[in-house]
Design a protein around this ligand. Structure first.
Ligand SMILES: Nc1ncnc2c1ncn2[C@@H]1O[C@H](COP(=O)(O)OP(=O)(O)OP(=O)(O)O)[C@@H](O)[C@H]1O
Ligand SMILES: [Mg+2]
Length: 444
């Protein structure tokens, strides 16, 4: 018996048992930790007297003068106030204790799920989830999916239009996963030609080809212990798809110029804005690769399908960029907000970022306290026009109006604390243009 008590005391779950008169005869160490009561305080006493709210959440079957003939196992979550007055949520399972066929009492096993319940609530009323902003029903569903898939290491395929936040979601999955302390390695499969992508993904050994002067690890190896993000996977050529499939099936790779197979421990997250099912039909994408990478598909809704998130996102970006540009945070006038909500955002969140940057700079011309419709790009006022800014991937708003103006350049650099990347963004020009202008100023 003494050994049995030791065994039960070392369990990571709390155990309590009482007889038909609710007199407690067993209480293990975890039950002491969780409730704040000691064994001495509870053993031999009526369960309801020791624990004022009870463990049973008004589901107690043990009332005075009742005989228990049968008892069904019970499972429920219950609120509990511990001895120190802290509110806890317990997941409880109650089973009967038999002496032959007769019930002589019950045993309850319970676990503290306060943390899980609180996180769940946070998700329910959330306006953001880590770095992802949005409180629409669709986004809350997305947050729950991210949380679920982050726990297990299966391949995930993120689907969504351009600028919806696919990379952000991939990073969040990594950050929440048990691999969070490992690397997050991203490869833009669409940006690289086949000749480069193979060596980029799998690495090479010295002498593998002209120019391979030393051995180099590929992204698969660099992601060992972490997550490999295969972005724009829909753009990979059929020849490369075969090689990718082999690596993903076996979790082993060969560096170019070497036939030794190297095992990698990685989690694969892929993303595309293409309709891969359609690409399969057209013969552009391998079906077997599709099933390998999309064990769990996650679809990010386009911004136009969650307009209730637009004010939140605007507030977030106005705050972020105004602090980046060292200016006070302006208000957004109701009419400007109305126009922003009415737009259909083909470039999604990235387009919204660009528009807010543009509007902030424009608003400075009329003291920068309020963003008005006149500060928004003209195309937002025109109907059904997809402007190049909408789909532009770069973070600049391509404001053709900006001309070389040394005074303005100086002001922008000052405003951005000397940071030329920010200053270029502020001016709405590329970094190269700003450098060209600066060297022009210096030589003038
Ligand atoms: N819900 C969101 N909350 C806050 N920022 C977001 C959100 N969604 C996207 N962003 C931001 O918008 C920008 C574009 O997101 P991201 O690069 O992840 O999109 P994408 O879907 O990968 O686009 P593309 O298909 O063009 O590669 C990033 O700066 C990202 O941080
Ligand atoms: Mg992307």
């Amino acid at each position: 018996m003494w050994e049995l008590e030791k065994v039960l005391d070392s369990l990571p779950v709390a155990v309590i048992a009482h007889d038909l008169n609710r007199k407690i005869f067993f209480f293990n160490r975890e039950a002491e930790n969780l409730t704040g009561y000691t064994k001495q305080e509870v053993i031999g006493n009526d369960c309801h007297k020791v624990f004022p709210g009870g463990f049973c959440g008004k589901k107690c079957s043990f009332k005075k003068n009742t005989t228990i003939l049968s008892f069904k196992d019970l499972e429920y979550n219950v609120k509990f106030i511990d001895k120190q007055g802290n509110l806890k949520f317990l997941e409880t399972r109650v089973v009967p204790i038999y002496n032959d066929k007769e019930i002589i009492g019950i045993c309850a096993v319970f676990q503290d799920i306060t943390y899980e319940i609180n996180t769940e609530r946070e998700v329910e009323g959330a306006t953001k989830f880590h770095d992802i902003i949005g409180s629409s029903e669709k986004m809350l569903r997305l947050y729950a999916q991210i949380r679920n898939v982050s726990k297990i290491s299966v391949p995930v395929l993120i689907l969504g239009e351009s600028g919806t936040g696919k990379e952000l979601v991939a990073q969040t999955i990594h950050k929440l996963s048990p691999r969070k302390n490992g690397p997050f390695v991203a490869v833009n499969c669409g940006a690289l030609p086949d000749s480069l992508i193979e060596s980029e993904l799998f690495g090479y050994v010295k002498g593998a080809f002209t120019g391979a002067t030393k051995t180099k690890k590929g992204r698969f190896e660099l992601a060992h212990g972490g997550t490999l993000f295969l972005d724009e996977i829909g753009d990979v050529s059929p020849a490369m798809q075969v090689k990718l499939l082999r690596a993903i099936q076996t979790y082993t790779i060969e560096r170019l110029g070497d036939d030794k197979r190297i095992r990698v421990d990685i989690r694969i997250v892929s993303a595309t804005n293409k309709d891969l099912k359609e690409e399969i039909k057209q013969g552009n994408f391998r079906e077997d690769l599709f099933y390998r990478i999309s064990v769990i598909p996650i679809k990010i809704p386009p911004l136009r399908q969650r307009i209730e998130d637009i004010p939140l996102l605007i507030d977030h970006f106005v705050e972020e960029f105004s602090s980046e540009f060292n200016m006070p945070k302006p208000q957004v006038s109701p009419s400007a907000m109305e126009l922003l909500k009415r737009h259909n955002w083909p470039g999604n969140i990235r387009e919204l970022q660009n528009v807010i940057q543009y509007a902030l700079v424009e608003s400075l011309e009329s003291n920068g306290h309020r963003i008005e419709p006149s500060h928004l790009p003209n195309y937002l006022l025109e109907k059904n026009v997809v402007h190049e800014i909408a789909l532009s991937k770069s973070n600049n708003t391509k404001r053709v109006r900006k001309q070389f103006d040394p005074k303005e350049i100086e002001m922008a650099i000052k405003r951005c604390g000397g940071n030329k990347v920010k200053a270029a963004r502020f001016l709405g020009v590329s970094r190269a243009t700003l450098y060209r202008w600066l060297s022009k100023i210096n030589t003038e």
